[in-house]
Design a protein around this ligand. Structure first.
Ligand code: LER
Ligand code: MN
Length: 272
């Protein structure tokens, strides 16, 4: 298990500051924001070398016009175009993983009959998965809670989608915040996802830092160890706000960034 941090929550600070911070506190990798225009890949590569840290993954941003299962064909096409652009970014900076979701974030009602949207989810993500395969990138499907999507809320649903897509580089991830809302048992869901679960977002029940809420950390880590979880544990602290992208758009209190990164690394390492 390797440690990473989603830099979405560091807002719009210069990327060097985020990379330097995570390196300083012993993180193995960085999770970048899925907005290719934000980064100059050559600059990112040289910063990663300078601070001796890896590009682990890219967390795509599922705006309204990026939706694999929209009733609007232009929006479906845009979701594929967008995802391919983040796969290009992943290849350019050496990130192994790109996070995907079959609906736009916070679209919580369906626009099409279930069979039709499932078909679009399978076809759209498969096309991107094929594109990613030759570029050495794995796509991971992220289930979100019911207030952010209606389609894939639990790990077993993400596994079913990945099975239908049927590519060696399309797997799934878990996000403990979403899992706390949707899974009957977090450790059991992790154990049942053995072989499919290759990436994790880590936060406590209310999206605060791990240990600041009521999740049962020893049980979660024991399940991750049981399945020999092979991927990145990515801190995804997000301030309490209905819109998860809030921290990225608006300035939050920068004075806590160092403290958060240090605390989270120390907390998680106690279990590894
Ligand atoms: C992203 O990783 C996530 O968990 C969602 O809530 C928002 O995209
Ligand atoms: Mn997440």
């Amino acid at each position: 298990m390797k440690l990473s941090y989603n830099i979405l929550v560091f807002g719009n600070e210069p990327v060097e500051k985020s990379i330097a911070r995570l390196s300083r506190f012993g993180y193995d990798a960085v999770e970048f924001v899925g907005e290719p225009d934000l980064y100059d890949p050559a600059e990112v590569r040289s910063l990663l070398a300078k601070y001796n840290i890896r590009a682990g993954s890219i967390c795509n941003i599922w705006k309204k016009d990026r939706d694999f299962t929209s009733a609007n064909p232009e929006i479906r096409e845009n979701a594929k175009r967008y995802t391919k652009s983040t796969i290009d970014l992943a290849e350019a900076i050496g990130a192994e993983v790109v996070i995907v979701a079959p609906t736009a974030n916070m679209r919580i009602t369906r626009e099409l009959p279930p069979e039709e949207e499932w078909k679009y989810a399978v076809e759209g993500i498969r096309e991107c998965g094929e594109y990613a395969l030759s570029r050495g990138v794995t796509l991971v499907i992220e289930p979100w809670n019911r207030f952010e999507t209606y389609l894939i809320n639990r790990l077993e649903q993400a596994i079913r989608l990945a099975q239908d897509i049927n590519l060696p580089n399309v797997k799934i991830m878990g996000d403990l915040f979403h899992m706390n809302i949707e899974e009957s048992s977090i450790p059991e869901a992790i154990r049942k996802a053995r072989g499919w679960l290759v990436h994790m977002h880590v936060a406590d029940n209310q999206r605060d830092l791990p240990g600041k809420g009521h999740l049962s950390w020893p049980e979660i880590f024991s399940a991750l160890k049981d399945i020999q979880f092979p991927g990145y544990l990515v801190l995804e602290y997000i301030p309490p706000h209905a819109d998860p992208y809030f921290a990225f758009r608006e300035k939050v209190d920068e004075s806590v960034y160092d403290e958060h990164a240090q605390y989270a690394a120390e907390f998680i390492r106690k279990f590894l």
